[in-house]
Design a protein around this ligand. Structure first.
Ligand SMILES: Nc1ncnc2c1ncn2[C@@H]1O[C@H](COP(=O)(O)OP(=O)(O)OP(=O)(O)O)[C@@H](O)[C@H]1O
Length: 240
């Protein structure tokens, strides 16, 4: 039984622009995929679910927690993985980076060090203990971010296109780690194929959930519409 998403009629305006418009989302499916055009509001919704962005109106409860207000509760419940690991990483070494989240959960230095050791061992990266992050490749840095989140054992992980800049084998490997994760996943991707086996798919348009249902229905409809738009000469409607 997963955490229940309870997002009700959420709206958000930034710089005078409506970014989210009456978004309602309830459910506890293990795997939810999100698609939508550039600028449609997917990352903003991801940040709202992780409690990193407060909203103007509406209510957001994840596993019963008001994630924008209860930061300690939020980091226990929701992990988020961004597209660019450089936006996530704040420490110079792998073990400091992974330990940080565990310390934020209230673990002692010793407990956090044990957690770091355990997650590195699980991923066959024991030799990364003490290693500098700077020289790692994008895919390796993304793996550090993923390990940092998995070590915290959140019930829900929000993936904001974390695989888009990675080569195919790295992407497949990270996808396998994620597929095996016990955590519930909400996965934003521009690649509908990655979301095909999911339990539920959402299509976001202009800050609203335009389609919500089984991936077999939502994803082909999305792909057909993207191909129709891509076939047009006019790029005047390019997001933004
Ligand atoms: N802090 C902000 N201030 C003003 N506008 C913002 C802010 N953050 C996002 N926006 C705007 O909100 C809209 C939605 O952005 P968001 O990043 O959520 O879209 P997205 O669907 O994730 O796009 P992409 O697929 O390109 O990542 C965009 O028009 C963006 O310019």
């Amino acid at each position: 039984m997963g955490v229940t998403l309870d997002i009700e009629n959420v709206s958000l305006t930034l710089d005078g622009r409506a970014i989210l418009r009456g978004v309602t989302l309830r459910g506890d499916e293990a795997r939810i995929g999100i698609v939508g055009r550039n600028g449609s509001g997917k990352s903003t919704l991801a940040r709202v679910i992780a409690g990193l962005q407060s909203v103007d109106t509406g209510r957001v409860r994840i596993g019963g927690i008001d994630v924008a207000r209860d930061r300690r509760g939020a980091i226990r419940t929701v992990g988020i993985l961004f597209q660019n690991p450089d936006h996530q990483i704040i420490f110079p070494t792998v073990d400091e980076e992974i330990a940080f989240g565990l310390r934020q959960l209230g673990q002692s230095k010793t407990e956090a060090a044990e957690g770091v050791r355990a997650i590195l061992a699980r991923f066959g990266k024991a030799h990364w203990a003490g290693a500098a992050i700077h020289p790692l490749s994008q895919g390796q840095k993304q793996l550090v971010c993923l390990m940092s989140i998995l070590a915290m054992r959140p019930a829900l992980i929000v993936l904001d296109e974390p695989l888009s800049g990675l080569d195919i084998p790295t992407r497949m490997q990270l996808m396998r780690y994620l597929d095996r994760a016990e955590a519930q996943l909400i996965h934003i991707s521009h690649d509908p194929e990655l979301l095909a086996g999911y339990d539920r798919a959402l299509w976001i348009t202009d800050g609203q959930i335009a389609e919500d249902g089984v991936p077999d229905r939502v994803l082909p409809a999305f792909t057909a519409e993207m191909q129709r738009l891509g076939g047009m000469d006019d790029i005047a409607d390019l997001a933004g």
